[in-house]
Design a protein around this ligand. Sequence first.
Ligand code: ARG
Length: 461
Amino acid sequence: MKLWGGRFTKETNQLVHNFNASISFDRKLFRQDIEGSIAHVTMLAKQGILGNAEKETIISGLNGIMEDIINKTLLIDGTHEDIHSFVEANLISRVGDVGKKLHTGRSRNDQVALDMKLYTREELTQIKELLKDLLEVLQNTMKENLDTYMPGFTHLQKAQPITLAHHLGAYFEMFKRDYTRLSDIYKRMNYSPIGSGALAGTTYPLDRDYTAVLLGFDGPTLNSMDSVADRDYLIEFLSALSIIMMHLSRFCEEIIIWNSNEYQFVELDDAYSTGSSIMPQKKNPDIAELVRGKTGRVYGALISLLTIMKGLPLAYNKDMQEDKELTFDSMDTVKGSLLLFTGMLSTMKFNQPAMANSAKKGFTNATDAADYLVNHGVPFRDAHGIVGQLVLYCINKGIALEDMTPEEFKSFSPAFEQDIYEAISLKTCVEKRNTTGAPGRAAMEQVIALNDQYLKSLSAN
Ligand code: ARG
């Protein structure tokens, strides 16, 4: 069925129809389209624009369509242009002429704006849930690894010792920000565009506040042109999704490094890794690599939508139909990535001895040796130079700082005493760092307690 037969004298060219049609992808919106229509019709009846009996007939027809699509007795076929015309045509074939009243006081422009917002709202909520699951896995793993020493890196060079809990805590902060970012977007987007018509509202006495309440919005949008032309919330959403993927991708990169033969900090569970068709010894981190790789699709979607929107005059333009495939793909990609990543993380084994051993080997306690001298009256710049010489000496001898004899220490500076060994032990290096946010146990325990409270507040929502 065409929605615009009256003005036209020719059939649409088939290729034009195909190029124009969106049903192959906007079929995903059938639920939201029907829910939106039910709210719209309910409001029309309340305002006396439709009779109550008409409302009932239309709603039961719409509910029937919803059920039939869900139990697959009604297939969404490609003969209709989009999901909106499909539902309307089906309604008319079910309930007759009264079905033709559904579109009173509405345009597909405000209808699609509504459907897309409803869909995005649900996806956003699901993604928040997945982030929460990931935060919980992180928090549990942190609690188990407050004393798991490992090297902290800068420039991928061993820098100072930290703990695994501290390292994972950095990701906890990132995903916590992602969660709050989604909450912020939800608040800003949660206004209902329906009732804005094609662009200029309508002459029917619609109650837009009422429809907004029925659909769980905080109110109606306040400019009918903006209502149909706005895709900011999708751009914000894709931007938040891009940041989530960026975080996942960085984490994946680290896991790939940690899982390498050279590091062996972690071992992936067999269920979350793959083998090679030719090299029998291989156990590959494909999931981590795929998540890292899929980040590109989500960034691409963000840039695509920004580009689609940049030159559009007000109000609706068909260009905006291009928002759907890329947004749907990004939503699916992020949900899949979060789910798989969390599974991989929660089944992964951490090789604590390998981590501690690596922290011992890379002179990660050199800063602490310099701090020791400072505490014994040597100016920091001099201390830095002395420890630099010490490191060079140890590299040449193939030993660690703590392997030097007291005499060797003394030969570099008379300030070194017997307690240097204690001062530069891995344990001291970590445990002395107790400024807020630092890796020492006392500092970490404070953060862990805050994280617990935070996770609890999410469950309470
Ligand atoms: N399929 C269209 C979209 O996704 C629906 C709105 C069509 N409106 C119109 N005036 N052609 O944007």
